[in-house]
Every structure is written in structure tokens, then in C-alpha cells.
Design a protein around this ligand. Structure first.
Ligand code: ADP
Length: 259
């Protein structure tokens, strides 16, 4: 073996060692992110369960002595907690499917106005309780060719945030614009807004930013990360503009492709 070929083997070995080291680092980071994620979810599920256990127990032991109005209040707490737990589970399932590669993109013709309407309907009770007006300004025949479930997850998260972080008597407006190659969906609210130093962290899994809503609604700190993941899987981008105490506008794009 010549000195030159020994040298070549040496260089190759060093290169593959470096590649291995880099891969190991990536795996460690991924694992740390996953641990962090499970911590977040386990912690978040505690809130709705504490509330479910407390109020159901109260109801069970005292139902004979309670006024109808008190029973109604407890039922509302039970319903809110169940909904909040369910929303966390929905996000958790979506996230784990996306991480394990089980989530396949399944594009179809999606009527955006209808999908937005369905999401508004599920939020209507929460919005009415806060006297928030939700406007769907999307044209009736606005279609995109994309994955309906993923778009639904994004809309569900942006819209529930908009209601959650908007004061009583505020407004949430959903609209769309179209460019030559993308449809842009905007969810704009008149809520509490987001400080500039928080904005850059919102979409990153490593940073935990969850603050309660204006009526102390609890969150998961997961919705925007999941939304970003899905928007990007569909070939789009997501961004936000916000002014503290004035409101926020979240926008995401969906590439226009032939259906
Ligand atoms: P969650 O809302 O469950 O906490 P998200 O990932 O959906 O988690 O949002 C992360 C954080 O971003 C929220 O806790 C909140 O501080 C901020 N945020 C998101 N949407 C809005 C909004 N429309 N107005 C004000 N703050 C928002």
C-alpha cells in the first residue's frame, strides 16, 4: 500500500467519524426536544384534569343541596375542562403523527370558507360568552388544493388563540388574499397583542410560551409550533404582526397547485 492510499483511507475515516458525531448530536437534540415536549404535554393535561376531578366530585357530593344555577355553573366548568383537555389531545395526536412520519399529506379540493365556518361554529360558545364577534370574510367559492385536516388544525389553533387572547366585546376577522402562486389566510384580532421579544420564540419548540387568555383560559404552548410544522409541510409559511394592547394578525400561506 502506498503512502498516498493510506492517506486517503485516513481522510475517509475521519470524514465518516465526523459525520457520525454530527448525527449523534442531531439525535441527542431530537431526543431532548421530545423529552421537553412530553413534559409540556403532561403538565398541560394536569390543569383540565384537576378541574374535572374537583368539580365532578363537588357535584357528586352536593347535588342534592345545590341550586340549579350552581349545577349549571359546575356543568360549564366540566364542559370547559373537557374541551380544553380534548384540544390538548388533538394537538398531541397531530404532533405525534407528524413526528413519526405517520402523517401523510392528502391533498384535495378544500372550500376554505366552509372550513373556517366549521371552526368558528365550534368556538361560537366561547366567543359569545366573551361577546366577541367573529367575521368570516372569505368568499363563498374560495377553494385551495391542499390537505384539509392539516389546514383544519392550523385554523383551529389560530382561531381559538384569537378568541382566547381577545378582550370582551372584541372582534376576530378571518380573510383571504390571493397572489399569483399562493393563497394567504389572515386571522386578525383586537386582543392583547404580543410583545416583540416573545414573537420570535412563538413558533419554536424549544421555547415555552404559554400565557392564560383574557378570561384565564389555559393553553398548551403547542398550537403555533404545530401550525408552523403543518404550514411548512404543505409548502407555505406562517408569520405574525402584532401590537401590544391593539391586537395580532396571524397569516399563513398555502401554495396554489393544480387540483
Ligand atoms: P397556547 O395558546 O396554547 O398557549 P400557542 O402555541 O397557540 O399556545 O401560543 C403560544 C403563545 O403565543 C400563547 O400562550 C400566547 O402568549 C401567544 N399568542 C398566540 N396567539 C395569540 C394571539 N392571537 N394574541 C396574543 N397572544 C397570542
Amino acid at each position: 500500500m502506498t503512502a498516498r492510499s493510506v492517506n486517503k483511507i485516513d481522510i475517509q475515516r475521519r470524514a465518516s467519524e465526523e459525520a457520525l458525531k454530527e448525527r449523534e448530536l442531531q439525535l441527542m437534540e431530537l431526543n431532548a426536544t421530545k423529552d421537553k415536549f412530553f413534559n409540556i404535554v403532561a403538565h398541560d393535561l394536569k390543569n383540565p384534569f384537576t378541574s374535572l376531578l374537583g368539580s365532578s366530585e363537588l357535584l357528586y357530593h352536593n347535588i342534592g343541596n345545590l341550586e340549579t344555577e350552581n349545577i349549571r355553573e359546575l356543568a360549564l366548568i366540566l364542559n370547559d375542562s373537557a374541551k380544553s383537555g380534548y384540544a390538548i389531545l388533538q394537538n398531541l395526536l397531530d404532533w405525534s403523527r407528524s413526528q413519526t412520519g405517520l402523517l401523510k399529506i392528502n391533498p384535495e379540493r378544500v372550500n376554505l370558507r366552509n372550513l373556517i365556518h366549521e371552526n368558528i361554529s365550534t368556538l361560537q360558545l366561547a366567543a359569545t360568552n366573551k361577546e366577541i364577534l367573529i367575521l368570516n370574510e372569505v368568499k363563498e367559492d374560495f377553494f385551495v388544493f391542499s390537505d384539509k385536516n392539516m389546514i383544519n388544525t392550523i385554523l383551529r389553533n389560530l382561531l381559538s388563540n384569537a378568541v382566547k387572547y381577545t378582550y370582551n366585546s372584541g372582534q376576530v376577522r378571518v380573510s383571504t388574499t390571493i397572489t399569483t402562486d399562493e393563497a394567504i389566510v389572515s386571522v386578525k384580532d383586537t386582543g392583547i397583542g404580543i410583545p416583540a421579544n416573545i414573537i420570535e420564540k412563538l413558533f419554536k419548540i424549544e421555547s415555552r410560551n404559554s400565557i392564560p387568555g383574557t378570561e384565564n383560559e389555559q393553553g398548551t404552548g403547542l398550537g403555533l409550533k404545530l401550525s408552523k410544522e403543518f404550514v411548512e409541510k404543505l409548502g407555505g409559511r406562517i408569520w405574525v404582526e402584532s401590537i401590544e394592547n391593539k391586537g395580532s394578525e396571524f397569516r399563513f400561506s398555502i401554495p396554489i397547485t393544480e387540483g
